[in-house]
Design a protein around this ligand. Structure first.
Ligand SMILES: Cc1cc2nc3c(=O)[nH]c(=O)nc-3n(C[C@H](O)[C@H](O)[C@H](O)COP(=O)(O)OP(=O)(O)OC[C@H]3O[C@@H](n4cnc5c(N)ncnc54)[C@H](O)[C@@H]3O)c2cc1C
Length: 386
């Protein structure tokens, strides 16, 4: 394995130790059967790793984003896929930052223990896509309830979650002065909602990611499930994205090292034309280049995490880290598949599975184009394009 020698070695060793109980065959079987890694997620939960970001006073371990990102990195580096459970780590951030003390006392300790799973966040809609302020799902206050109508798409882990954070319009777009106003965040108890106004339609997809289309038809939720102030939901969602992007950058870094480890080993062993294929510079250079790019992306990931932990502005770094890490892991994935030759396509090598899994991060949770657009507008001062 490519070496790590940093101050987080204790966390790395402990997570690696847990992951070693879930070898390649485990994740391969889950992928083959389109299953969900229940046993793995349970083990992570019981060991407390998914409660890393919950403060100790609410039952978590109160670690920083840097340490949390090491946990995610190590899962992917071991051959697993944090995408099955990373929501449990960061979705509670919205509640932690903007929830009332009563909400935090009620939910966070149960989320920390795993008794409640808050793995889902419903933002994306089929007809509006990345243009979030145009969402059409509405929440209308009626007495002590909100009534929700609309549709969401690509909402992950709903079938393995008890709670979901939901973004809905509470004031019509035509009645607000700024398009980012008039949206609100709610905590939806999925156990009460499914079948009583909420229908969940699973979406089969290339990465065996548990993700769904949601249909809301007069779903009623208690008014007390509003998080923070009505109308400020878009800002609250944005507040949470820096943590999500930094953690996903770390997952891509973990994937990147996994690809480099696998391909390096393979090209040293594989003999063609009477010598290891890794002796050819045509083979060495793409692998070396991908490795260099992973190392560079890793610096940006640590910069983003350090800034987040120091409560400094980190939006630019979180976005750039996510883009650089996703690009680097994708480059490493291509080199790894290429130099495995035909064997790269065989499921038993796990390369094709990881190749598919890491490809997702060019598109979700934010596509590369949208990051470039953010950099152009907010860092370079170029004219706003939308
Ligand atoms: C497996 C999976 C899991 C997901 N999980 C969740 C989840 O749990 N919760 C949730 O809310 N969402 C989730 N998503 C949705 C995800 O965040 C979106 O797919 C993503 O933000 C892109 O939105 P879209 O698919 O609507 O693409 P679109 O907005 O339709 O964009 C399509 C393409 O056009 C490009 N594009 C669009 N506008 C511009 C522009 N102005 N300039 C340049 N290029 C542009 C984009 O880069 C993109 O590649 C998930 C998606 C997937 C695939």
């Amino acid at each position: 394995m490519t070496e790590t020698n940093d101050q987080y070695q204790d966390i790395r060793d402990a997570v690696r130790d847990l992951c070693s109980q879930f070898p390649d065959e485990y994740f391969r079987k889950i992928d083959e059967t389109r299953g969900y890694p229940e046993a793995f997620v349970d083990a992570l939960t019981q060991a407390g790793w998914l409660a890393a970001l919950i403060p100790q006073e609410y039952g978590g371990s109160g670690l920083g984003l840097t340490e949390a990102s090491i946990i995610m990195e190590e899962i992917n580096r071991s051959g697993g896929n944090s995408g099955a459970c990373h929501g449990q780590m960061y979705n509670m951030g919205t509640l932690l930052r903007h929830g009332s003390e009563a909400q935090k006392r009620h939910y966070l300790p149960k989320i920390a223990s795993g008794e409640l799973r808050l793995q889902s966040m419903g933002v994306t809609e089929p007809t509006t896509g990345t243009d979030t302020t145009k969402i059409k799902t509405t929440a209308v206050r009626k007495g002590d309830r909100y009534v929700i109508n609309g549709q969401k798409v690509w909402i992950s882990r709903v079938q393995h979650s008890d709670l979901m954070i939901l973004l809905a319009r509470t004031t019509p777009l035509s009645d607000v002065t700024k398009k980012s106003e008039g949206m609100s965040i709610f905590l939806v108890d999925l156990r009460d909602a499914i079948g009583k106004g909420l229908t969940v339609q699973p979406i089969l997809n290339m990465v065996n990611h548990e993700t769904n289309e949601l249909f809301f038809d007069n779903l009623e939720i208690p008014a007390e499930n509003l998080i923070g102030e009505e109308g400020k939901g878009f800002k609250y969602i944005l507040d949470g994205l820096n943590a999500e992007r930094t953690l996903i950058a770390a997952e891509c870094i973990g994937d990147g090292y996994w690809f480099i480890d696998r391909v390096t080993k393979y090209v040293k062993d594989r003999q063609v034309f009477g010598r290891p294929i890794g002796q050819n510079q045509g083979v060495q250079f793409p692998i070396a280049r991908a490795f260099v790019n992973i190392e560079a992306a890793n610096l940006m990931r640590f910069d983003a995490a350090r800034r987040f932990d120091a409560h400094e502005a980190c939006g630019a770094q979180a976005n750039m880290a996510k883009m650089l890490a996703a690009d680097a892991s994708w480059e490493a994935a291509n080199a790894c598949l290429q130099f495995h030759g035909g064997f790269g396509f065989a499921c038993e090598y796990d390369v094709e599975r990881k190749f598919r899994e890491t490809r997702l991060y060019q598109v979700a949770p934010i596509s590369t184009n949208l990051i470039l657009s953010y950099v152009a507008e907010h860092m370079l001062g170029l004219p706003r394009s939308f």
